[in-house]
Design a protein around this ligand. Sequence first.
Ligand code: NAD
Length: 272
Amino acid sequence: MAPDGFWRPLFEGQVVCVSGGAAGIGGAVSRLFAGAGATVVIADVDAASAAALASALRDEGASAEHVECDVAVESDVVAMVDALVSRHGRLDVVHLNAAVEWMKDLRSTSLAEWERVLAVNLTGIFLLGRAALAVMCEQRRGSMVVMSSPHALATVPDACAYSASKAGDLGLMRALALEGAPYGVRANAVMPGTIDTPMVRREVQVARSPAQQLERMAACHPLGRMGQPEEVAHAVAFLASSLASFVTGSTLSVDGGLMSVLPSGPALPYNA
Ligand SMILES: NC(=O)c1ccc[n+]([C@@H]2O[C@H](COP(=O)([O-])OP(=O)(O)OC[C@H]3O[C@@H](n4cnc5c(N)ncnc54)[C@H](O)[C@@H]3O)[C@@H](O)[C@H]2O)c1
């Protein structure tokens, strides 16, 4: 973990928007930027959790606010970004993080289910990315960090809509990077392994033994464990910061080695 005050010189006074910023990885990202002296706008469909986190951060002396926003709804996203810019006059960082999981195979997925996952996970990135890009190009400054997933590259049989959405997010990230580049606006993606969040805790509930499934998920990572939301938040902060001033259009894995493993090799854990 970064020492206390590490991120402050990089983000103090900046305005940061985190979609899905109320819980899980987004919650950790909101906390990191708030602790770094930025004003954090927590945009989440779960207004109560977003309000509670913003209030807790303010109690700790940080600058944080919440907005009820469904990233799949164009009017929500446009109104949220417009209001934020008119309140603060700038938008420095956007973390496009909100998503929903979907654990069904192709044949069991209805069109309505497919459309909802794509609406949140892919169209949500399009809508927020488009609104943020317009502001950032105008101010000739800004950085976006898109949340992808290993499911963009490899998947399991029951995650068809989720994997399609996450692969699409990488394409959108590259489009944001190319369109923003002439204005000095950067866009990158993070690709976390399995991170211990409410989403993963929900997912394992469908397994016969949720506890065993958690252990199995942890053991798939060469580092031998799941990641913590804070470990992803540090990668998001790096990509968003001026430390990454020449990094755009790239994807940073934060996956404990997960995507380096070929299943044809010896069984994990590898011996020391
Ligand atoms: N947890 C993991 O192992 C993991 C791994 C790879 C990628 N990811 C990705 O990381 C991101 C965060 O995942 P998490 O595990 O923290 O999830 P989570 O479910 O724990 O938290 C997601 C947050 O997004 C919010 N949200 C959901 N739908 C929304 C919508 N339509 N509009 C606005 N907010 C919405 C939720 O209310 C919640 O606060 C997601 O994009 C997920 O796909 C997670």
